[in-house]
Every structure is written in C-alpha cells, then in structure tokens.
Design a protein around this ligand. Sequence first.
Ligand code: GDP
Length: 215
Amino acid sequence: MSRQPFRAFVSLFPDVRFILSAAQASQFPADRGTEVAFAGRSNAGKSSAINAIVQRNGLARVSRTPGRTRLLNFFEVGAGRRIVDLPGYGFAAAPEAERRTWAPMIDALRKRRALQGLILIVDSRRGVGPEDENLIAWARDPDARADGEPMKVHVLLSKSDKLTRNEGFKALKAAKGVLGETVSAQLFSAQDKVGIDEAQRVLLDWFAAGETGGQ
Ligand code: GDP
C-alpha cells in the first residue's frame, strides 16, 4: 500500500484554452472578467512557469510559434479568467516601427479594468535587472490605471533548482531588498516543482479579488 496520503486530484484550472494573439489593442478580448499578465526576459522560464502553474504542458508553447513571439497571447484559465502572456524582453533594442505598435498595445493593456496584476519571471541566478525594474515601474504607475491604484506585482525567482538552499535564500533576500515592501517575491522551479502552490495561490487570489471588486 502506498504510504503517500491520499489526495484527490482536483485541477485548479480545469478549463484552459488559448484564446487569441493580439498585434494591437483593438484585437484584445472584451475588457470584462479578470486577467493576470505574465512577463519576463526571454529565456527566464516564463513558458515553463505558466505551464506548471496552470498544469498544462505545452500550453504556453503557443506563444512561441513563429509569428506569435512578438504578440500578446491570451489564454482562458477558467470562466472569465485570463492569462496574458507578454513577449519576452531583453533582446537588442526593438526596431522603431515595432516599438510604435508595441508601446500603445502594452499601455492599453495596463489600462484594462480586467487586469489584476503582473507575475514577473526573473531568473534566480541573474536577479532583478534594470529591465525588470522598468517593467515594475510601468506596472506600478497608478496614474495609468483605470482605478488609480498601482497594479499588483509578484516576482517568481525561477530555476531555483540551479541554486543551493543557501544561494536560494540569498537570492530571495537580495530580490526583496530591490523590490521593497510593495512587490512580493518567491523562489520557483518548474522543473523541481518548487513554489507552484504559492504561485497558484497568488493567481487565484488576484482573480477572486477582481471578481468581488464589482466587476
Ligand atoms: P521563456 O523564454 O521565458 O518562456 O523560458 P522557457 O520556459 O522556454 O525556458 C527557457 C529555458 O530554461 C529552457 O531551456 C527551459 O528548459 C529552462 N527552464 C525553464 N524552467 C526551468 C526550471 O525550473 N529549472 C531549470 N533548470 N531550467 C528551466
């Protein structure tokens, strides 16, 4: 007999599906329900984190298919609940033409009432960099938000399996030092399944808060 305690498997995200890729704000789904954005430098582990959190292998692979890597990809992860997968950043400066379409699109995203918060993936070995800080400042600007409140931000320090316990502790402490009190952070490993419950809890809490907030 198994010595593992019995736990019935109940999926937290039973109905997960790709909705659409948007190249401009007019293509976004209607601004109803709740959504949470995921962002990070290219290769930080964002696709792996999304797949691990919503328990769907290969889901975020959609965002990596040719033609979709520079778009905003929307996934439904429950009734009226969406994840918005932002393109990875950290590549050489984007061409001007691309920036002209890109900047208004993410500004439009930030204004959406449905958008509850940002989950930022940061490689635990690199720590929080200037581009990550830029994105946080963008997200936390209260004037850009429909409700005048700064957006919630939670940082996943990814690939923590590559660090020893002590290095992980130090990486978390250093990140918290940079992020301050208003942005939360945790260690995360999609590979070793570290911190998945905690990340799921944040996501579900944000969805629930948006739903009770009179949406
Ligand atoms: P993205 O570009 O941010 O979407 O990153 P991916 O999820 O595609 O991951 C980038 C690389 O990091 C891939 O080679 C992954 O296998 C690897 N990776 C992602 N998550 C983990 C993790 O938790 N641990 C380790 N060791 N490698 C990871």
